[in-house]
Design a protein around this ligand. Structure first.
Ligand code: ZN
Length: 82
């Protein structure tokens, strides 16, 4: 039995993990020698973001899906109808 090569967490070779902060997607198809792997989701976000600094972008957290808040109920609790 060979030993599994161990490295720092998140730096396992061959997993093609997205280099973006907090992104846990693996098996990324896109790779930059400079920035590392990026998954399709982050790539799309990057495209949407337009003229951004890639290094900064890779350091930002992924957008969380906007929670579907019922704003009427939310504000209605703050300003209840007398
Ligand atoms: Zn990603």
């Amino acid at each position: 039995m060979g030993s599994i090569p161990s490295g720092p967490t998140g730096d396992i070779m061959g997993v093609l993990e997205c280099a973006r902060r907090d992104c846990e997607n693996i098996m990324c198809d896109r790779y930059s020698p400079e920035y590392g792997y990026i998954c399709d989701e982050c790539f799309e976000e990057l495209v949407e973001a337009g003229p951004v600094d890639i290094e900064s972008f890779m350091g930002t957290r992924r957008k969380r899906p906007v929670p579907d808040i019922d704003w009427y109920s939310h504000y209605n609790e703050i300003f209840p109808d007398r």
